[in-house]
Design a binder for this molecule. Structure first.
Ligand code: ATP
Ligand code: MG
Length: 385
C-alpha cells in the first residue's frame, strides 16, 4: 500500500490531525516513514511533530488509519529529595516501581497477530514473535483500543542482554497500559488488569507519602544497587503527573563499562551524563571518605578497564564487537530479524542456528568498526584529531 493518491493521503492525515499538504510534505522529508515488506501498514514519525511524539506510529486499519502515540520521555531526578518535592508537590503519595533494564516495546494486535514496536516506532520482527508467545492474546481481543508497554528483559536479548534478573531467556515485563492516544491507565487499575490476564509485570516496590519518599527510595536504591539492578521509576498513582526516574550508581557504572568498550561509538552525552549523576548522588547521600573512595574507584574502573580490554584486543589483531543472542520458535524470524538489523545499518554476523528443544538459538556478533578502526589508527601512531 503506498500513499500515492490524494484520497489515501487525506485519510492518513486525518488521525494525527494534520492537513493533507503538511502530511505529504512530512512524507517527502522522511519525517514520516513507511515501514517495509510485510510491515507496510505502519508509518513511523522519526521526529516530534506538534503534539505527536517521535516514535509514534500510524497504522492502516481497514479503510482508515489510527495513530499510536510513542512512549513519552521520562525525566530524571538527579538530586532526589528536591526533585520529588518539586515535581510531585500537588499529590500526597508516590508509587515506586522497579526500573528494569532491557528495551522498551509497545504491542498491539494487527490482523490477528501481535506486533511489537521499538521506542523509535520500528516494527521489530524478533520482539513481535516473542510478544506473540509471551502475552495473552485475549487481552488484545477484549481491549483492542489499548496498547501494552513493557520492558523486554533477559539474556536472549539483541539490544540489552542482562543476566541479573533470573530470567532464563526473555521476558516481557509490563509497565504501562495506554490508550492509542497515549492516555495511561492509573497505576493500580493497570496492575490489576495486567494481573487478570496473567502478564508478568515490573515490581511495585512501595507507595510512600511524599515527605518520606526520598528516604525510602534511597534505601530501595541501595538494595537494588547491590544486585546491579537499574533503579526505580517514581509515579503519580493516578498517572496524571509524568513519572520520574532515578538510578543506582552500579548501573551507571555498568553503562560506562559497556560504553567505553566501544568508546568511539558511544555518544559523548550518554557517557558524560553518567559521570555527572555520580557527583550529585555522592553529595546528596552525604558520603563518608571511605564511601567516596569506593565510588571513585568504581567509576574509574568502569572507564579504564573496558578501554584497556578493547585496546589489547585490537593489539592482538581482533576486532571489537558486541556478542548477543536471540531465541526463536519460528525459523523465519531469524532472516527477518537479520534484514531488519541490516536495514538499520548495523554490521552483524549471525552464527549457524542451534536447535534447543522446540526453539532455535542464534548468536549475533555486532561489529564495532568505528572503535576498531580508531583504536588501530592510534596504536599505529595516528593523532587524536
Ligand atoms: P527516556 O529518557 O527518553 O525516557 P531512555 O531510553 O533514555 O528514554 P531510560 O533511562 O532507559 O530511558 O528510562 C526510561 C525507560 O525505562 C522507559 O523507556 C522504559 O523502557 C524503561 N522502564 C523500565 N521499567 C519501567 C517502569 N517500571 N516504568 C516505566 N518505564 C520503565
Ligand atoms: Mg532503558
Amino acid at each position: 500500500m503506498n500513499l500515492e493518491n490524494e484520497t489515501d493521503i487525506g485519510k492518513a492525515a486525518e488521525s494525527p490531525g494534520l492537513p493533507p499538504l503538511r502530511f505529504s510534505e512530512l512524507l517527502e522529508k522522511k519525517v514520516i516513514l513507511q515501514d517495509w515488506g510485510e510491515y507496510e501498514d505502519f508509518f513511523r514519525f522519526s521526529s516530534n511533530v506538534g503534539k505527536i511524539d517521535e516514535g509514534s506510529v500510524l497504522v492502516k486499519v481497514g479503510n482508515g488509519f489510527e495513530l499510536i502515540q510513542g512512549f513519552p520521555k521520562i525525566k530524571r531526578a538527579i538530586m532526589l529529595a528536591p526533585a520529588l518535592k518539586n515535581h510531585f508537590k500537588d499529590i500526597y503519595s508516590v508509587a515506586v516501581e522497579e526500573k528494569m533494564n532491557g528495551y522498551n516495546v509497545r504491542v498491539i494486535e494487527h490482523k490477528g497477530e501481535l506486533v511489537a514496536f521499538t521506542r523509535s516506532g520500528h516494527v521489530c520482527p524478533y520482539s513481535s514473535e516473542r510478544s506473540g508467545h509471551l502475552l495473552e492474546h485475549d487481552f488484545f481481543k477484549d481491549y483492542p483500543e489499548y496498547v501494552v508497554y513493557g520492558e523486554m528483559v533477559g539474556p536472549d536479548n539483541p539490544y540489552v542482554p542482562k543476566d541479573i534478573y533470573g530470567v532464563d531467556s526473555l521476558e516481557f515485563f509490563v509497565f504501562d497500559i495506554r490508550s492509542r492516544e497515549g492516555i495511561a491507565l492509573p497505576l493500580h487499575e493497570r496492575r490489576e488488569l495486567a494481573s487478570d490476564y496473567g502478564f508478568t509485570q515490573v515490581e511495585l516496590l512501595g507507595e510512600f507519602e511524599l515527605g518520606e519518599a526520598a528516604d525510602r527510595i534511597r534505601e530501595i536504591i541501595t538494595e537494588l544497587g547491590k544486585k546491579e539492578h537499574e533503579g526505580v521509576i517514581i509515579k503519580d498513582p493516578s498517572m496524571i503527573l509524568q513519572p520520574l526516574k532515578y538510578t543506582t550508581s552500579q548501573t551507571n557504572c555498568a553503562d560506562l563499562r559497556h560504553g567505553f568498550r566501544f568508546y568511539n561509538e558511544s555518544g559523548k552525552d550518554y557517557l558524560f551524563a553518567r559521570v555527572v549523576r555520580e557527583g550529585f548522588q555522592s553529595v546528596e547521600w552525604n558520603e563518608s571518605e571511605e564511601e567516596i573512595k569506593d565510588r571513585c574507584l568504581r567509576l574509574g574502573e568502569s572507564i579504564i578497564r573496558p578501554m584497556r580490554e578493547s585496546i589489547l584486543r585490537v593489539q592482538e589483531g581482533e576486532r571489537i564487537r558486541d556478542d548477543v543472542r536471540i531465541r526463536v520458535k519460528d525459523e523465519s524470524t531469524i532472516d527477518r530479524f537479520r534484514m531488519y538489523l541490516e536495514r538499520l545499518g548495523l554490521d552483524v554476523i549471525f552464527s549457524p542456528l542451534e536447535r534447543i528443544g522446540d526453539e532455535y538459538v542464534v548468536n549475533i556478533r555486532k561489529m564495532n568498526k568505528s572503535t576498531t578502526d580508531k583504536t588501530l589508527g592510534i596504536i599505529e601512531g595516528q593523532l587524536w584529531s
